[in-house]
Write a protein that binds this ligand. Structure first.
Ligand code: ZN
Length: 240
């Protein structure tokens, strides 16, 4: 009997590998990146899977997605993204995070070049899990120093800007991480527009605390609210 070729990756990771490729290809479609900048990863049971270094998104295949463990070791002949350490440290710092998206989306990057984070100028800054989105100091790409700056800027939130570089966002799933990255880009766009008239009026601590509380119940049906939890908005009267 001829020897069976050795599988090049565990078949149970096939679906996740495809989802990573689809998420990476969504970045240029949604105006979040151009060319090969940006990278996408998803957590696995012993580490994470990440897009490779310098490969055009249209040339990605399941076999080109690289497995990296939580010690930062990888297997195979293809190098992981140059920003593998930021992804690794994101997962180590945030146990509930299942996916990470890094990109040089134009408006977030423009803001990061002024080393400006996004303050509570709009209640949607709460999408990153806090009352603002900070900007990390500048460090050279692909370094441990950049990853350390990212961790500081993240704090207890799940997204930040990276000084003179771009943005990074995480979430429980690839879909959610992508939507947080899109949300950060939208907020950067709106904040830059509002700055045309000077610094906008910021929401105060109590107003943002109220929003963060509401975000916990947003999207839940009345029967899904936990004991004592209020609905996110005034509910209309149900008559049927
Ligand atoms: Zn980058």
């Amino acid at each position: 009997m001829p020897a069976q070729p050795r599988p090049i990756f565990p078949k149970d990771t096939l679906a996740l590998r495809w989802e990573i490729i689809e998420t990476a290809r969504a970045l240029p479609k949604r105006g979040l990146t151009k060319g090969t900048s940006g990278n996408v990863s998803a957590r696995t049971k012993d580490g994470f899977l990440i897009t490779p270094s310098g490969t055009p998104y249209e040339e990605l295949t399941e076999a080109k997605i690289v497995a990296v463990d939580l010690n930062g070791c990888y297997r195979g002949d293809i190098l992981p993204s140059s920003e593998w350490r930021m992804h690794l440290d994101f997962y180590l710092a945030k146990p509930s995070c299942g996916a990470v998206v890094h990109c040089h989306s134009p408006r977030a990057t423009a803001l990061s070049c002024h080393r400006k984070g996004i303050p509570a100028f709009h209640y949607m800054v709460a999408l990153a899990g806090g009352d603002r989105i900070d900007c990390a100091r500048y460090e050279s790409f692909g370094t441990r120093a950049l990853s350390e700056a990212m961790i500081e800027a993240l704090g207890d939130r799940n997204a930040c800007l990276l000084g003179n570089h771009g943005q990074i966002a995480g979430g429980p799933t690839l879909k959610k991480a992508l939507s947080v990255a899109e949300g950060v880009e939208d907020l950067a766009d709106q904040y830059l527009s509002s700055l045309a008239l000077g610094e906008p009026v910021l929401l105060n601590e109590a107003e943002m605390a109220d929003i963060l509380q509401k975000f916990k119940s947003y999207g839940k049906q009345p029967g899904e609210l936990e004991g004592g939890q209020d609905a996110a908005f005034e509910l209309p009267k149900k008559v049927g």
